[in-house]
Design a protein around this ligand. Structure first.
Ligand code: ADP
Ligand code: NA
Ligand code: MG
Length: 414
């Protein structure tokens, strides 16, 4: 077993645009030489940390913790080119970036991982599904939608409800609309901008028993042969299509079903050829024990946050190891079980911010709680503001320990 690489190791391996800032290592903030002195790195969150890695920033505060950053949109080709000049390798924390310029840079020899072609095909959820289907990955039935009339004929085939989805730019359920019946077609089509020409596709309803997710790490060894490691399966519960909790190991999922989910996830990532990085794979477990893939994220993922407290090497460090060509770290659970809950903003008023933070205060009383507050500006309703992971000897004990925190999430309204 290798010791975890110190930040210096990673830095020596190459200055990449994501190597920066206040990561927490085993609960302790180590000496990270890229941090601007005076910053309270302990308060930095996962996503803030990743934002710093990318060098892109949406807010001034983020700039302060990165060694270097290029201020601007990751859709802006010139900004991406400018950033590429300052980096040894480019990677990303969000897939909704300008993939054309990534392809252009890659052709010019700029190392980029995951490979731009993968970013591009994942960006278009429909193309992603066509690709996965071609590689034999089990999926809900799906079809391209050009006109509202298409939905009527597909509805007859798929039955209702079905899930209408935006092909581009979707996250946290924002690109989805349930079509409950034929009468609901117009409303769903309009909601997603179908009338205005937005590209859509539709999926057959997946009558899932639960949603599962697996993080898959794909790196290379010294001889540049692909190496892969798979994290444990989590049971993820969405609220209003936003990830709410993740529990691992999942309760009520057989070993065989977990192995099936891990196999489907790794098979899917293998279809991406030489692409490296960490990938979040969302899946549906059906009543009959079969598993369908829902979607893939080419980056650290919300369903992998628990790895910070629960696994040998967490998803963020693992991503660095993957893209930098370092040996992969241990994915296995170091605890018997772990549960994560997302903390979503309740509103912008001071009162609402206090309410939003109530579960964090409650979590301070839980012995094995990892508390992450992202320090974002604002506290808009539904915005991801932080997360808490509680570990235990078993998933049941993690669940028991986190219960008061979940109660605090719902506050007095529960
Ligand atoms: P997002 O990019 O917003 O996460 P997803 O495609 O993952 O979009 O959909 C969000 C959630 O909607 C899923 O986690 C799941 O709960 C539900 N969902 C998505 N597709 C289907 C489907 N075909 N059948 C039933 N529920 C679905
Ligand atoms: Na998504
Ligand atoms: Mg999703």
């Amino acid at each position: 077993d290798m010791p975890p690489p110190r930040f210096e190791t990673i830095r020596r391996a190459g200055k990449c645009f994501l190597a920066a800032s206040g990561r927490e290592w085993g609960g302790q903030v180590r000496d990270l030489s890229l941090i601007v002195p005076g910053e309270n790195v302990r308060a930095r969150s996962t996503w803030r940390e990743v934002s710093c890695w990318t060098g892109f920033c949406h807010c001034v505060k983020t700039c302060k913790v990165a060694e270097m950053s290029v201020k601007g949109s990751f859709q802006d080709a010139d900004k991406v080119r400018e950033l590429a000049k300052k980096c040894d390798i480019l990677t990303l924390e969000v897939e909704h970036v300008n993939a054309e310029v990534l392809e252009e840079l890659h052709q010019q020899g700029v190392p980029i991982q995951p490979l731009p072609f993968v970013v591009k095909l994942i960006q278009d959820k429909y193309v992603q599904k066509v690709h996965l289907q071609k590689h034999g990955v089990p999926l809900p039935d799906f079809e391209k939608v050009e006109t509202e009339a298409d939905l009527h004929s597909i509805g007859e085939k798929f039955g209702y409800p079905m899930m209408l989805k935006s092909r581009y730019g979707a996250y946290d359920g924002k690109g989805n609309a349930v079509v409950p019946n034929a009468q609901g077609i117009t409303a769903a089509f309009e909601k997603l901008g179908g009338k205005a020409g937005k590209k859509l596709y539709v999926e057959k309803w997946a009558p899932f028993k639960m949603e599962l997710a697996v993080m898959v790490a794909r790196g290379v060894d010294e001889t540049m042969n692909v190496t892969m490691r798979t994290y444990p399966v989590v049971h993820t519960v969405q609220r209003d299509s936003v990830c709410f909790t993740c529990l691992t190991p999942p309760v009520g999922v057989t070993q065989k079903q977990q192995e099936l989910a891990q196999k489907i996830a790794t098979d899917a990532i293998k279809s991406f050829g030489d692409a490296r990085g960490i990938f979040g794979v969302e899946m549906f477990l059906l009543e009959d024990g079969s598993v369908l893939l829902n979607e893939i994220a080419p980056r650290p993922h919300n369903t992998g946050h628990y790895t910070m407290e629960a696994c040998g090497v967490d998803q963020f460090e693992q991503h660095l190891r993957c893209v930098l060509g370092l040996p992969l770290g241990d994915c296995q659970l170091r605890v018997g079980g772990a549960m994560m809950v997302n903390i979503l903003g309740q509103g912008e008023t001071p009162e609402m911010v206090t309410k939003t933070m109530a579960p964090l205060r409650r979590a301070l009383l839980v012995p094995d709680a990892g508390i992450h507050w992202y320090g974002k500006d604002g506290c808009a309703k539904g915005r991801k503001m932080g997360h808490i992971t509680v570990t235990g000897f078993t998933p049941a004990s993690a669940l028991e320990e986190i219960r008061p925190v979940l109660v605090a999430v719902d506050g007095d309204d529960a």
